[in-house]
Ligand binder design. Structure first.
Ligand code: URA
Length: 411
């Protein structure tokens, strides 16, 4: 409670992070040759970046030991998305995790009880004392878990906007700076990209729908915003690993999408973790591959009531609509439906004609459809004029941007 009200200075934040990190197992990956770099996102709607990014960056020679979480509330989680692939296991043992890193340079798993147990207890305490919303406590909580992975570098995607955990830009900036400072002072080079989460990322929201969209990107297609953010985060991972120029990193990653190396790595990961690789069949078999993933029973198209341009798609409302359809968890113990979700056929800036479909809902029950439709209709706002493009990547914070504080200042 004292930290909540008074904040902590950088040294205090780093100390708390170190103590929580060493309260459990800190992975030692030194027997695996190569630089180990991970990415963490503070969470958003339609954020399936990890599914594309981890194999793509691994295909460029970086070791990616990714430990991810599950979705809660309006935001989705990487583990839930991966588990929509039939047979895919996210509960690898430490030995299996390391074997996978050695063989294919990549593994995507869930957090075990042994990683930062003190954070789990403190978080539960913060939850019941209304002290979750503290920047130094959030920074130390996130960083203690990431730094326990035994990584050499970390790229953070700090989301800002309606669908983000941190809605205001200034708060997102503070959180990003605090995490970069903490990681750097604990010996792991950390970079943060502050990115827009006012509208969902890409067009798919919901687990198996997002897996299909991620595969589309690895095949050279997919929505522009999703490709842009993935390439940018990946180029920073390559810079941390090999000191590569950002432009050069972008080129390597785009080439590995074109030549199929990223997709090949994704398939290798699915195979290593027990999943059905038929999900990744070539483009001429799109229908088959969709049939392999869980598919929903009811599909409803939403049509526009007027002509205009899409001015806004409130990400939080879309996230809640997707949760109502069964794609997300209202409580930690809710059971999710991997097939449920939403396809946004129109995104911000697109024109729409009266009666033209702008979104498709997938779910199991009509009552869920009604509620989700209502939320989605509220989420979309039309205007007569085309809105100006806003940048997707707002700010990049590196260790050079952190001005050392005097020691008494509070973050
Ligand atoms: N995510 C975490 O892991 N911890 C926080 O404190 C907030 C978000």
């Amino acid at each position: 409670m004292a930290i909540y009200f008074r904040g902590m200075n950088p040294e205090e934040t780093a100390s708390l992070t170190r103590i929580m990190m060493t309260s459990g197992q800190v992975l030692n990956l030194s027997d695996i040759p190569g630089k180990k770099i991970d990415k963490h996102s503070t969470g958003g709607v339609g954020d399936k970046v990890s599914l594309i990014l981890a194999p793509l960056v691994a295909s460029a020679g970086v070791i990616v030991p990714m430990i991810s979480g599950r979705g809660l509330g309006h935001t989705g989680g990487t583990l839930d998305k991966l588990e929509s692939i039939p047979g895919f296991r996210t509960d690898l043992s430490l030995k299996e995790f390391k074997d996978s890193l050695l063989k294919i340079g990549l593994a995507m798993v869930g957090q075990t009880e042994e990683i930062a147990p003190a954070d789990k207890k403190l978080y539960a305490l913060r939850d019941v004392t209304a002290t979750v919303d503290s920047i130094p406590l959030m920074a130390s909580s996130i960083m203690s878990k990431k730094l326990a992975e035994g990584i050499d570098g970390l790229v953070l995607d700090v989301k800002t906007g309606s669908g983000a955990f941190m809605k205001g830009y200034e708060d997102s900036l503070k959180l990003a700076r605090t995490m970069v400072e903490t990681g750097t002072s604990l010996g792991v080079e950390t970079v943060a990209l502050i990115t827009d989460m006012n509208q969902p990322l890409g067009r798919a929201v919901g687990n198996s729908l997002e897996v299909l969209e991620a595969i589309d990107v690895l095949k050279g297609g997919g929505p522009e915003d999703l490709v842009e953010i993935t390439i940018e985060l990946g180029a920073w991972m390559l810079r941390l690993a090999h000191g590569l120029d950002i432009e050069k990193g972008r080129g390597i990653l785009m080439a590995n999408i074109k030549n199929g190396d990223g997709l090949k790595k994704f398939k290798e990961m699915v195979s290593m973790q027990g999943g059905d690789t038929e999900v990744v069949v070539d483009s001429t078999h799109r229908v088959d591959r969709q049939e392999l993933l869980p598919s929903s029973e009811i599909k409803r198209e939403l049509r526009s009531k007027e002509n205009g341009y899409i001015e806004r798609i409130d990400a939080e409302s879309v996230g809640i609509a997707s949760m109502v359809l069964g794609a997300g968890r209202e409580r930690v113990d809710s059971v999710i439906d991997h097939s449920a979700g939403i396809i946004l056929m129109k995104k911000r800036g697109d024109s729409v004609r009266k009666e033209e479909p702008f979104a498709i809902l997938y779910g199991r029950e009509e009552s869920m459809m009604e509620k989700a439709e209502e939320l989605l209709l509220q989420a979309y706002k039309l205007s007569d004029t085309k809105p100006e493009r806003t940048p997707l990547i707002k700010t990049i914070i590196t260790k050079e941007d952190i001005v050392p504080l005097t020691g008494t200042e509070k973050t």
